[in-house]
Ligand binder design. Structure first.
Ligand SMILES: Nc1nc2c(ncn2[C@@H]2O[C@H](COP(=O)(O)OP(=O)(O)O)[C@@H](O)[C@H]2O)c(=O)[nH]1
Ligand SMILES: [Mg+2]
Length: 683
């Protein structure tokens, strides 16, 4: 592989809805650049990026895949991402690795839900964005309308940088030239002027030059302003391509190489140094002379090959002999073998320059989102997190054959390592293991993998709902724990105040004890007692949240006061306060996004309100589909997938993510409370 410098690297993620042609486009780009001599196909399971057996079987991308190609003197890293709403976590996770988020749109289908989400997140993270309209061979007559629609939805910053011609059979550049062949709509001159005007708006000097200079401004003259316009979201270039016929592919390579930012340009992803509230932003620079720092944005585990951690170097360089720390770990690991990835191929390299995307294998302690670095100066640096959707769709699982318990727990840990949107909960109180993901399809893929790769077979059933308890008004609580049984006694007394906090605030403990009425060493015991009651629940057996407990008074005894006494007093005083503070049971409510054919709207709405849901918005999508957004209690959408299927003849899909907790309706409230049989606690 040719050697290249940081300035010659382009890091580009291809994102967008399933089926827009990202994987096929990657194939076309690799083919054009001479990396592969024949274009493979997603359907036949021969593409570079969809190499996983599950991807081949489903004929769709399920994981992000990294490839690279050399073009002119540049080196382009491409990350192909999955487009199913259920796998959006895996697509969002790669964004910190790239400067350019290239959003691919299907010319036939127009803007779809995942596309919108990716545009929004990339915008919020101040990334450079590029829109690629693919499959132009299939909808040549529709392209002007698609462009119009894109500008309506994403703004007039979206301007064509090339245009389709010959009825979608070719593509004509409008940036590097100011006149050219006839195009299917608009004209090279018009598009050229529009884009130049948009760019120079940001630069007064250029503007003056533009007005004074007799000739036109040359594209080379505006390179810096162009870079700034991308970085500031003032310009989102739109280009046309067909992965199938190859038209627009060479033009796209030119755009990547000549116009998209290198790792020293664009807005770098934000890193923070320090823990919690005290964390401060840090500036990293792709400078080879600085300490090395890399961020792991993807992790995969192959039962045979082991763990593969894919990372982006953000600062310094990394080579085979580098000793790297993982986060604040004390012991470094030696890189040993350093790889570039080409889909499933690993190509060994000696050195990774700043900005490059590489991988290391078989380092057990590496986890997703880990920061790898070569100096303790960088111990507490971490990435400002990408907002990944919280996995809410749950299934309770039980192993089919006894004795598989250890095997399943190892396998689930590996699956969690690989996928930031997959979680496993063990609920000791209910003796239940629940797996959670972004939707039915997500969990089905995980269960298939559990079976095929790890040979564990499980039964599934709907999980019990993760209710919570909270209180609605402030109250005081008191308990005096006194026990005299033969020898030494136990004594502890606690007064505390309980206040509700806003949703999502969690739990706060405040110590306002003065004058040593509860000696310092027993405060942790009081806190422990309260924490026990919070975990166990008070009225219905579910954990409490969103409250503040202030311990402000108490009594002790010089001989009989001991830890157990204050644990008990703290717990009972807390329970006392909760009972007086209008306790309620809350249920999780999720945001739901449903995409169905237009004529299904009525059925879906009626069905959702029958499930105590409400609609917040609807948006017509092209292709006769409609997207419905709303909120619904999580407990009401068990089996929703199969209902949706039957209501829409199989063409509906949905995804959910956590929104908030809300008090359950009164009748159910009463039932949950009367069903609860607390274990008897001795006084
Ligand atoms: N006619 C045509 N078909 C395409 C084009 N790009 C992709 N496809 C087809 O669209 C389907 C989905 O493509 P794929 O690359 O898997 O989409 P992805 O989900 O975005 O990765 C496949 O059947 C491709 O062959 C294109 O430019 N023209
Ligand atoms: Mg794909």
């Amino acid at each position: 592989m040719a050697s290249y410098s940081t300035e010659e690297i382009r890091n580009i993620a291809l994102v967008g809805h399933v089926g827009v042609g990202k994987t096929s486009l990657t194939e076309a780009l690799l083919n054009k650049a001479g990396v592969i001599s024949n274009k493979g196909s997603v359907e036949q399971g021969t593409s570079v990026c969809d190499f996983d057996p599950q991807e081949i079987a489903s004929q769709h991308s399920l994981n992000a895949a990294v490839v690279s190609l050399d073009y002119n003197s540049g080196h382009i890293n491409l990350i192909d991402t999955p487009g199913y709403p259920d796998f959006i976590g895996r697509a969002l996770a790669v964004l910190p690795a790239v400067e350019t988020c290239a959003v691919v749109i299907n010319a036939q289908a127009g803007v779809e839900t995942v596309t919108q989400r990716m545009m929004q997140v990339a915008g919020e993270r101040d990334m450079d964005r590029l829109i690629i309209i693919n499959r132009i061979d299939q909808a040549p007559g529709q392209l002007q309308a698609v462009l119009k629609n894109i500008r309506e939805i994403f703004g007039n910053e979206c301007l064509p940088i090339n245009l389709p011609a010959e009825n979608g059979q070719s593509v004509v550049d409008c940036f590097f030239q100011n006149s050219g062949a006839e195009t299917d709509f608009s004209s090279v001159a018009e598009a050229h002027t529009q884009i130049i005007d948009q760019v120079i708006e940001l630069d007064e000097d250029l503007m003056t030059l533009y007005l004074e200079q007799d000739e036109e401004i040359k594209p080379e003259q505006i390179h810096d302003s162009f870079e700034r316009a991308l970085r500031e979201g003032h310009l989102i270039p739109v280009c046309f391509v067909s992965a199938e016929t190859g038209s627009g592919v060479p033009e796209l390579l030119e755009i990547f190489a000549r116009l998209m930012p290198h790792p020293g340009e664009g807005n770098p992803p934000q890193f923070l140094k320090g823990e919690g509230e005290a964390a401060e932003p840090v500036q990293l620079s792709p400078d080879p002379a600085q300490h090395a720092l890399a961020h792991v944005f993807k992790l995969s585990i192959d039962p045979y090959v082991g763990k593969l951690a894919v990372f982006r170097v953000h600062q310094g360089k990394i080579n085979r002999n580098s000793q790297l720390y993982i986060g604040d770990g004390r012991k470094p690991f030696k890189v040993g073998h350093l790889f570039k990835l080409q889909g499933k191929e690993h190509i060994e390299i000696k050195t990774a320059v700043p900005g490059d995307i590489c991988a290391v294998a078989k380092i057990e302690d590496i986890h997703f989102d880990a920061v790898l670095h070569d100096s303790h100066d960088e111990d507490t640096i971490h990435m400002h997190p990408v907002p990944l959707p919280a996995p809410m769709y749950g299934l309770a699982i039980t192993v089919k054959s006894r004795g598989d318990e250890q095997k399943i727990s190892d396998a689930l840990n590996k699956l969690m390592d690989e996928d930031p949107s997959f979680k496993v909960e063990h609920r000791a109180s209910l003796n239940e293991t629940v797996i959670r993901g972004l939707g039915e399809q997500h969990l089905r893929i995980m269960l298939d993998k559990l079976k095929e790769v790890y040979h564990v077979d499980v039964d599934t059933h709907p999980p019990s709902i993760a209710y919570r308890e909270t209180v609605m008004r402030p109250a005081e609580g008191h308990h005096r724990h006194k026990k005299q049984t033969g020898g030494a006694g136990q004594f502890g007394e606690v007064f505390l105040r309980l206040e509700p906090l806003e949703r999502g605030a969690g739990y706060e403990f405040v110590d306002k004890v003065v004058g040593g009425v509860i000696p310092r060493q027993f405060i942790p015991a009081v806190e422990k007692g309260i924490a026990q009651a919070i975990d166990e629940g008070v009225i219905a057996g579910y954990p409490l949240c969103d409250l503040r407990v202030t311990v402000y008074d108490g009594k002790h005894h010089s001989v009989d006061s001991k830890e157990v006494a204050f644990v008990a007093a703290g717990k009972k005083a807390f329970i006392d306060a909760v009972k007086k503070a209008r306790p309620v049971v809350m249920e999780p409510v999720v945001n739901i996004s449903i995409t169905v054919p237009h004529n299904g709207l009525g059925d879906i709405t009626a069905n959702l309100s029958g499930r105590r849901g409400r609609i917040t918005s609807t948006m017509a999508l092209s292709g006769g589909m409609i997207n419905i957004k709303g909120q619904v209690p999580l407990g009401e959408i068990d089996q929703y997938q199969s209902q949706l299927k039957s209501m829409t003849g199989g063409s509906g899909s949905f995804s959910i993510e956590f929104s908030h907790y809300e008090a359950v309706p009164e009748r159910e409230q009463q039932k949950l409370i009367s069903d609860y049989k607390p274990a008897l606690v001795e006084d």
